[in-house]
Design a binder for this molecule. Structure first.
Ligand code: F3S
Length: 404
């Protein structure tokens, strides 16, 4: 059976809405056919990617072509972080030609009509989907958050496909857009006593490794878990595995007052104790890690609550000689923190703010051997991405490692 099209979708394929829309719809049509989708769903928001570090010249040409053909986003389309911090890339030592390519990408997505959030936490800067809403988001941590915490519906949309969804307002209806594919199949019990902020990152790493692409339902995670805790859990699980949706019984919306297994028996059940979590935590520090030279936080981007907590921790302290502390956050959160006097406290202590940027998709602008982070996702990617040793620990320990 082929893909059933609405009148509007047929018009887009004919080219009635211009060449860029026709190309975008053609791409989606081919993908829908290969996925075996029977129809498209309208999406109410898209999260796009335009980081030069992953798109390279081919992605730049693709976005500039769509822009030159007059392509325009027809739904709000937010933007993932860039491969440079726009405000201080020169001070940080980024290469000029590389920065120019990222600037051209920024120009192309601006002309395409995107919302220039440059953040992996679109939900923290005004793009909040509602329960059951179909969206097409790209960044894996944001996808996990949207599906699991909001109960919105999205697959992990590849970058090239996301811009097509933004221009057409459509995505093939398959996998997580279908009720039957959102049912939990494995049950994980957390039996570890009170959970720290770091534990949520570690549980996320354990989840990705254990579940792969399967959908888990947790018990034993309290409904006092904060939105930042769930942000880290999902981000880590999406990096150590490909988990795009998790349920927490009594906490997340598709497991709140309803059975996430939809009456079926879980295919597998497992219990993780304090001993398991501690072992997973210790395994994230790499074998040859030496003295910490750099701390990196903000993966996913730091929220205002986290900046408030960090400001308290570093107030009155100073970074030690030869050490650095980098913090990744959206521009809007940085502005809010400035108005609250928090950036002044952080900068006084020696924290460098890298708004709009992400270390995983950027060249590493310094030659450090060992860095430290509290983020499970950073811990999962940075050692291999940047051939660096890593110490994994709480934010309190990160501060102690480089400040006095
Ligand atoms: Fe965000 Fe980059 Fe981490 S996009 S989730 S800071 S890997």
């Amino acid at each position: 059976m082929g893909v059933k099209l609405s009148r509007e979708e047929e018009a887009m394929i004919r080219g009635d809405r211009g060449e860029a829309t026709k190309i975008a719809m053609d791409v989606l049509m081919r993908l829908a056919t290969s996925f075996g989708a029977e129809e498209f769903v309208p999406v109410s928001s898209v999260q796009c990617m335009a980081h030069y570090g992953s798109l390279h010249d081919a992605g730049l040409e693709w976005l500039e072509k769509l822009s030159a053909l007059g392509g325009k986003c027809c739904v709000p389309a937010t933007q993932d972080p860039a491969s440079i911090p726009f405000a201080n890339w020169e001070q940080m030592g980024f290469d000029k030609d590389y920065a120019e390519k990222q600037r051209r990408l920024a120009q192309a997505v601006h002309e395409l009509g995107e919302v220039l959030t440059w953040s992996c936490t679109p939900y923290a800067v005004g793009q909040v989907p509602r329960f059951g809403q179909n969206i097409a988001w790209a960044e894996s941590s944001a996808v996990s958050y949207a599906n699991s915490v909001f109960g919105a519906r999205t697959n992990r949309t590849p970058a090239g496909m996301a811009i097509c969804a933004a221009i057409t307002g459509r995505i093939p209806r398959e996998r997580l857009y279908l009720d039957e594919n959102r049912v939990a199949t494995i049950k994980i019990t957390i039996d570890a006593g009170p959970l720290s902020d770091l534990d949520y990152n570690t549980i996320g790493i354990m989840l990705g490794k254990y579940a792969g692409t399967r959908i888990p339902a947790f018990t034993g995670i309290p409904n006092t878990a904060t939105s930042d805790n769930l942000k880290y859990l999902g981000a880590a699980a999406a990096s150590s595995g490909s988990v795009a949706l998790y349920h927490i019984i009594g906490v997340t919306p598709e497991a709140f007052g309803r059975d996430p297994f939809c009456g079926h028996k879980p295919a597998e059940e497992v219990t993780w104790t304090r001993k398991d979590i501690t072992a997973a935590e210790q395994a994230l520090t790499t074998k040859n890690a030496g003295e910490v030279e750099l701390v990196v936080v903000g993966c996913p981007h730091y929220s205002i609550s986290e900046i408030m907590k960090l400001a308290k921790l570093v107030a009155g302290k100073k970074i030690r000689k030869g050490k650095e502390f980098w913090l990744y956050t959206p521009f809007e959160t940085e502005n809010l923190a400035k108005r609250m006097g928090l950036i002044e406290i952080l900068e006084e202590a020696g924290v460098t703010i890298l708004a709009s940027n992400c270390l995983v998709i950027s060249p590493f602008p310094r030659s450090y051997k060992t860095l430290m982070t509290e983020s499970g996702k950073f811990a999962s990617y940075l050692p291999s991405e940047h051939h660096i040793e890593l110490v994994y620990g709480s934010i309190e320990d990160c501060v102690k490692a480089v400040m006095a």
